[in-house]
Design a protein around this ligand. Structure first.
Ligand code: AMP
Length: 308
């Protein structure tokens, strides 16, 4: 069974959408990645940090999903990372209202001994130096390292971000962030420039407009499922990344052809994530629901056309 190490935030989120508002609820990049990857039969561990204010029931939830949490440090007298955001009516754009790093500010990640030889590494969104710190602890070269990041780190730690980008195989990034990182409006040109920074594979997420996978001169596109109602997009990008790497780890195949399926799997899982606030939808997701949705994806995109 493949091993997967996930590093990222485990957080409190407070979210406002046109449909309503939450108090502090469970969030964080590693949380969403772990919940998505738990759909697959793989052996995984989250490396992160929380404060003494973090409820035990949230950690129990991750454990119940067969996620090893021995690498989640609890700083008893510290406060958990907090993020708050407000979505616009289009549900595709949001304003960040607060980012409080708290215990994340002095975090030194420690990869559990049993996971230092993991074949798959998911560098979820957090400080690029923490992401690098995790890579440096791996005792064997992983088969695949996937990096996710966001504008916050481009604004606050660009030089370190470039260091980590130069070392990974795949980057997942949203369209606006790809434009910010490269200064290019065309996503095709942006993807080329990101290739030149290091990653052989570039995934550009376009929210309700799906995701693009670039590798050399090849490009693959998977739509997002057209949903009647998007309730809360928080965590969709992380859920996509968790589904993407979870699928690759389970199939243990990192070819471009297999990555196409991974993109579809990631998109299918992300389409569940947005149906309810926070992690609400992901925590009880079951296999038949996922299979049904994958079938919907197939129906949405398959067509036969005579080209003679
Ligand atoms: P997404 O909607 O996929 O971009 O991810 C939202 C999640 O990312 C939320 O649960 C937040 O807790 C987390 N998050 C927000 N800002 C940051 C940041 N600067 N670094 C790491 N994680 C963050």
């Amino acid at each position: 069974m493949s091993k997967l190490v996930i590093v990222g935030t485990v957080a409190f989120d407070a979210i406002e959408t046109p449909f309503g508002k939450t108090d502090k609820i469970l969030g964080g990049a590693a949380t969403f990645i772990g919940l998505a990857a738990s759909q697959f039969d793989i052996d995984m561990s989250i490396v992160s940090v929380v404060g003494g204010d973090f409820p035990k029931e949230y950690l129990d939830l991750l454990e119940k999903k067969n996620i090893d949490i021995s690498g989640v440090e609890v700083v008893k007298d510290g406060k958990t990372f907090f993020w708050s955001g407000r979505y616009h009516n289009d549900m595709n754009t949001r304003d960040t209202l607060a980012t409080e790093l708290n215990v994340l500010a002095d975090f030194n990640p420690v990869v559990p001994e049993d996971y230092k030889d993991a074949e798959y590494v998911m560098l979820g969104n957090l400080h690029p130096l923490v992401q690098l710190g995790v890579m440096e602890q791996m005792t064997h070269k992983p088969k695949l390292v996937v990096l996710d990041t966001m504008n916050f780190w481009m604004d606050n730690a660009l030089e370190d971000l470039h260091k980590v980008i130069s070392k990974v195989d795949v980057i997942t990034i949203n369209d606006e962030e790809a434009r910010q990182l490269t200064g290019e409006y065309s996503l095709v040109v942006a993807a080329k420039k990101i290739h030149e920074m290091g990653p052989a594979y570039v995934v550009i997420k376009k929210g309700e407009h799906g995701a693009l996978l670039f590798h050399d001169d090849n490009v693959f596109y998977a739509p997002a499922l057209p949903l009647e109602e998007v309730f809360d997009p928080t965590g969709a990008g992380d859920t996509f990344a968790g589904g993407f790497i979870g699928y690759l780890a389970r199939t243990d195949n990192v070819s471009f052809e297999n990555m196409k399926n991974a993109v579809v799997f990631g998109s299918a899982l992300a389409s569940f994530c947005v149906e309810k606030f926070g992690t609400e939808r992901m925590k009880d997701l079951n296999d038949p629901e996922v299979l049904k949705r994958l079938q919907q994806f197939k129906n949405l995109t398959q067509f036969e056309i005579e080209l003679t």
